[in-house]
Design a protein around this ligand. Structure first.
Ligand SMILES: NC(=O)c1ccc[n+]([C@@H]2O[C@H](COP(=O)([O-])OP(=O)(O)OC[C@H]3O[C@@H](n4cnc5c(N)ncnc54)[C@H](O)[C@@H]3O)[C@@H](O)[C@H]2O)c1
Ligand SMILES: [Zn+2]
Length: 364
């Protein structure tokens, strides 16, 4: 399956297919990316797929070089970017080189940032290997690293030449990571597509088990096309793109409050979506019935418990520090009905507190 992200002169294709990794060399040839290939990965992914990818490329007559960074969020740093610049320079990379990001969102964001900045920008290919990166971070062109004072503060918009998504690699992804990625998947249904919600609701267990390859492929494709569609209309987050942040207002606060060490991103977003849905009801944007339907899917993903040390005040404080907040106030994405959301800045403070209380009371 091939989708196109239509960004005029920066348009690019997304290939989604079980076993797609086997076609990597072919697609590189199609795009004339045949010399000076640098694969950036992390140590986990290297152990699982490094040799395989190198073999696929070498068999096709290509001469790739691979660098790997330690797995984990800490690698998304300027120090690690600097390490990679050094590796590229030592290995005689030039402006004609291509960087291939093989890994999850950490590798994609870091390698993309390096690609955007090395020699003022070299060609870039995304090969996302986690569910989250396949449905979210590899599409949309946001690349970057963290700063010690905050996450994702240093970055760029930089589009890849293509994205190659092979759902087969998810077989090795731990269940916990699959569930966290699935949080973003169900988010797309809430913001854009009620029929997609029905599909997910009916097949969640099969999807988590990767029990139906065709279904997995079509779900990945639906997510990418929703994200692509939103990004096409608003590449640089002037307006519409903000709907992708459904569940992220409270979700980000929970991550920050726990120093990014307790929740996987998607786990925090499950809680954030619970809060957003409850707030939508309190603000009379949605009905009790829609709230129940939304929560039933979210809760099937078993949000983890929330540390008792987290208070309503703490969450409010953390939300105030979020970089997405502007002087106009906190931005909320509220549910009208499943498949339809709206942006809101004017939200009753008491309702916000009540929504946070609802989140912290989980499981009730
Ligand atoms: N650029 C964007 O638009 C965007 C959007 C959402 C998230 N992000 C970023 O993405 C990052 C999170 O991405 P992530 O959840 O993919 O985390 P990750 O890259 O840390 O991957 C999670 C873990 O899974 C391992 N892994 C990767 N692929 C695997 C596979 N196929 N089998 C087994 N293990 C595998 C990794 O080594 C890592 O330990 C965050 O830094 C976040 O800020 C970026
Ligand atoms: Zn997210």
């Amino acid at each position: 399956m091939k989708l196109v992200v239509d960004l005029q002169d920066k348009s690019y294709p997304i290939y989604i297919k079980a076993g797609a990794l086997q076609s990597l060399a072919e697609i590189l040839y199609e795009n004339n990316l045949t010399t000076e290939l640098f694969v950036i990965t992390d140590e986990n992914v290297q152990a699982l797929y490094g040799e395989k990818v190198l073999t696929i490329l070498r068999k096709a007559g290509l001469k790739p070089t691979m660098f790997s960074v330690p797995a984990g969020e800490n690698s998304k740093s300027l120090q690690m970017a600097d390490f990679l610049y050094s590796k590229l320079i030592e290995n005689r990379a030039t402006r004609k080189s291509t960087i291939l990001a093989l890994g999850g969102g950490v590798v994609g964001d870091l390698a993309g940032f390096v690609a955007a900045t090395f020699m003022r920008g070299v060609k870039f290919v995304q090969i996302p290997t986690t569910l989250l990166s396949q449905v979210d971070s590899s599409v949309g062109g946001k690349v970057g690293v963290n700063h010690r004072l905050g996450k994702n503060l240093i970055g760029a918009f930089y589009q890849p030449v293509f994205v190659l998504i092979d759902p087969d690699v998810l077989q090795t992804l731990p269940q916990k990571e699959r569930r966290a990625g699935m949080a973003e998947v169900i988010k797309y249904s809430f913001i854009r597509d009620v029929a997609f919600y029905e599909t997910l609701n009916a097949n969640l267990a099969t999807l988590l088990d990767l029990g139906d390859a065709k279904l997995t492929e079509s779900v990945l494709a639906r997510c990418c096309s929703i994200k692509a569609n939103v990004v096409e209309k608003d590449e640089r987050e002037g307006g519409l793109r903000a709907i992708l942040n459904f569940g992220h207002t409270i979700g980000h606060a929970l991550e920050a409050l726990t120093a990014y060490g307790t929740f996987l991103h998607g786990e925090a977003i499950l809680h954030g979506m619970r809060g957003a849905v409850h707030l939508s009801l309190l603000e009379n944007k949605t009905t009790r019935n829609e709230k129940t339907r939304a929560l039933s899917l979210i809760d099937k993903l078993d949000p983890p418990s929330i540390p008792k040390s987290i208070s309503i005040e703490g969450v409010l404080d953390a939300m105030t520090n979020d970089k997405k907040r502007t002087t106009e106030g906190q931005l909320w994405v509220l549910l009208r009905e499943i498949g339809k959301v709206e942006l809101a800045r004017q939200v009753n403070d008491r309702n916000v507190r009540e929504a946070i209380r609802f989140v912290l009371d989980y499981p009730g």
